[in-house]
Design a protein around this ligand. Structure first.
Ligand code: GLA
Length: 699
């Protein structure tokens, strides 16, 4: 660059952060600063100049920019931001130049052009000050059809004062497991070929800066809001710089086209520990992504009959169960799998969306009427994207499936090619008929197998199908389920209203899964059910108190057969449900803050009301501690100068082996935020596999 080359600069900022982009002349810009808010008078060009790296031996004579779309053509020494071919298969190496920029009201649009190749690249950044979330997207337009192997939303640099990155893997009944990978030269690649978000690959990343914990330090968080399977590249370049790229999984773009668009990348900077990332994701999802039909309505307590009856649907039994569920406090009854076709096992009938008249001789209305008479609303399970080979649909339309006829089955089923117009029409018509003929206000939408190969058209087609149903049935809520938590992302959650976080109703498993998922998900979307006494997926027996309180941490429901409950268990469940209902109006708006527990056996969180005038702490002891006495539990997110009254809500649960007199066993305590955050709460000794619930009120 010559000394008088113009530097183009742009800034996005809110009360807490600034993000600065700068470009030499017409080149694509780099994010040259992203962190705590800069002084208003900052000279952005100076900042760009000051950050210009040196050049040393053995490298090029200038350092290629780590731009928002690193270009291979400019000798970029790492993974490029896009990868294209023309219709002859020849590689296209664009070299973009500035074309236009629009900078208004927290939204920045940058348009760059390669006139020779006929390509327009557009990057859009949107900042939502109420959550601090930056949403970044990219589009690519071409004057002629081209093939895209890779297109990243705007590329972010990763901090260099960071030792590791945290991302997520998992499995059925074991979602949201944490992987920590040290930064090292080279790339960490997560490429998800399953065609759905997947248990195995949640599209999220946390990059803590040195010393960051849940409650302190700086951290960056990312989430790719896409349901078709993502690819993440977190790379340390040979020169030490680091970049983070997201996009659709390899092979997702199946056809040449003239327009491509990434899914939104959600990016957040936190000066308040990893919790700052978590609360930004929670708030942004709840307040800006989620579109509840009736946002002011409290989330109803669910009853789901799956683990009570499975495929064995009998009118009288279901009515008995519904009556009991309502008496326990349920407000919505969800009829799960088994009501349609010849669906007596999971080997048959997906695709045949007509009521099974042997199980329901009078149709569904007698059951629905009973559910209504119990004071509950009615919801129903469907799995529209799938078909069993043993179904009338498959026998009639074997050509409607995605992939080869002899592909491996998953749960004895195949995926339909939802992008085919005739499949869209079939599914829309059958679902619309079901919703038109019955007062159904909730649909649990399942997706129980991976796709044979990734194909972004499938996810787009499913989005279109749900969007059309929602437009025509605007009062119906949808739940995203995929064998539990296999399709959880902000893309599906911009058109659904709840996720079935896991098929594990084991409260110990749930305690952990919920804790990790809270990095991204608020209470209001996170379904959590009280399961059977002996868990059907772990074989573990747990106390009703633990089961009930763990469900009460999120959007509460029941899924056991209520006929198995003893009087005592039913009473505990009623009491916890009553507590949840009395508190849900503020819990739905609360931030979930993960506590830095000093005892690895304890998984604890604090839910703080939006007005910060009250909170509740759930402290679950997942196993026996190694030390004798409970370590003090340090809280967070309180006003150090304020006084709080804290009360151990379930102090009567203290076992006889708690022989001492910690204050909270008998009385409330009034303590400063400073004390509670620095010293912490002294809890009574308790059994492993139990949970303390502590309420706090600001005085
Ligand atoms: C999936 C879901 C379960 C249940 C079954 C029904 O496994 O995750 O909750 O709905 O399907 O077949």
């Amino acid at each position: 660059m010559t000394p008088d080359t113009k530097i183009r600069c742009w800034r996005l900022q809110d009360q807490t952060q600034s993000l600065v982009l700068a470009a030499d002349g017409d080149q694509l810009p780099e994010i040259v600063y992203w962190g705590p808010r800069l002084p208003d008078a900052s000279d952005l060009s100076m900042l760009a100049l000051a950050a210009r790296p040196d050049v040393t031996g053995g490298i090029l004579d200038a350092v290629p920019p780590l731009s928002i779309c690193p270009e291979a053509r400019r000798s970029f020494p790492g993974h490029p931001g896009l990868s294209l071919r023309d219709d002859t298969g020849a590689v296209l190496l664009p070299r973009f130049s500035f074309h236009d920029a629009k900078d208004a009201d927290n939204e920045l649009t940058l348009i760059y052009r390669d006139a020779d190749l006929g390509l327009d690249y557009q990057a859009i950044f949107t900042l939502t000050p109420s959550s601090g979330m930056i949403v970044a997207r990219a589009t690519l337009e071409s004057t002629r059809p081209i093939g895209v192997q890779w297109l990243a939303p705007p590329v972010f640099p990763a901090p260099q004062n960071s030792q590791e990155m945290i991302d997520f893997h998992g499995r059925w009944i074991g979602e949201f497991q944490v992987s920590r990978t040290p930064w090292a030269p080279g790339a960490r690649l997560r490429d998800n070929p399953t065609g759905r978000t997947g248990h195995e690959h949640f599209p999220g990343l946390i990059v803590p800066c040195n010393g960051a914990t849940n409650t302190q330090g700086q951290a960056y968080g990312f989430h790719y809001g896409w349901s078709g399977g993502h690819r993440m590249v977190a790379e340390e370049l040979p020169d030490g710089r680091r970049q983070i790229q997201w996009g659709h999984a390899s092979g997702s773009y199946r056809e040449a086209a003239t327009r491509f668009e990434t899914a939104p990348l959600y990016a957040v900077f936190s000066d308040a520990g990893i919790n700052g990332c978590a609360t930004a994701f929670q708030r942004h999802l709840r307040d800006s992504v989620l579109k509840l039909p009736t946002p002011d309505r409290s989330r109803p307590v669910h009853y789901n009959c799956w683990e009570a009856v499975y495929f064995d649907h009998d009118h009288d039994t279901l009515c008995d169960i519904a009556s009991r569920a309502a008496e326990l406090g349920a407000e919505r009854f969800v009829l799960d799998d088994g009501w349609f076709g010849q669906r007596n096992t999971d080997t048959t009938s997906l695709g045949d969306w007509t009521i099974n008249h042997e199980k329901y001789p009078g149709g569904l209305m007698p059951l629905i009427n009973h559910v209504h008479a119990c004071g509950m609303t009615f919801g129903i399970w469907v799995e529209p994207e799938m078909v069993n080979p043993d179904s009338d649909l498959y026998r009639t339309h074997p050509d409607w499936i995605l992939g080869d006829a002899d592909q491996l089955l998953g749960r004895q089923q195949l995926a339909l090619n939802v992008a085919l117009p005739e499949v869209q029409a079939y599914l829309y018509d059958h679902l619309a008929a079901l919703l038109s003929a019955h007062p159904i206000e909730y649909v649990k939408w399942d997706h129980n197998r991976v796709l044979p190969e990734p194909d972004h058209r499938q996810a787009m087609a499913v989005y279109a199908l749900i969007d059309r149903l929602r437009a025509n049935f605007p009062t119906v809520e949808f739940e995203s389920c995929a064998s539990g938590g296999g399709r959880i992302d902000f893309g599906i959650l911009s058109r659904t209203h709840r996720v079935w976080l896991s098929d594990s109703n084991d409260p110990l498993e749930r305690l952990r899964i919920q804790h990790e998922a809270a990095l991204f998900l608020p209470m209001v979307v996170t379904g959590s059910h009280v399961g059977p006494r002996i868990c059907h997926t772990s074989g573990r027996a747990t106390d009703i108190r633990l089961r009930a309180w763990v469900a009460a941490q999120r959007h509460m429901g029941f899924e056991m057969d209520p006929r198995e409950l003893t009087k005592d268990e039913a009473q505990v469940l009623r009491e916890v449900t009553t507590w949840w209902k009395a508190n849900r109006s503020w819990l739905q708006q609360a931030d979930i803050l993960r506590l830095d527990s000093d005892d690895p056996a304890m998984i604890a969180e604090l839910q703080r009301a939006a007005e910060a005038d009250r909170f509740v702490v759930f402290a679950g002891l997942s196993e026996s501690s190694t030390q004798i006495l409970p370590r003090p539990l340090r809280l967070c997110g309180l006003d150090p100068d304020a006084k709080y009254e804290i009360r151990l809500l379930n102090r009567d649960d203290a076992p006889a082996l708690s022989r001492g007199t910690p204050l909270l066993k008998t009385d409330a305590a009034t303590l400063s935020g400073q004390y509670l955050m620095h010293q912490g709460i002294t809890l009574p000794w308790t059994f492993p596999q139990s949970i303390w619930v502590i309420e706090g009120t600001r005085l």
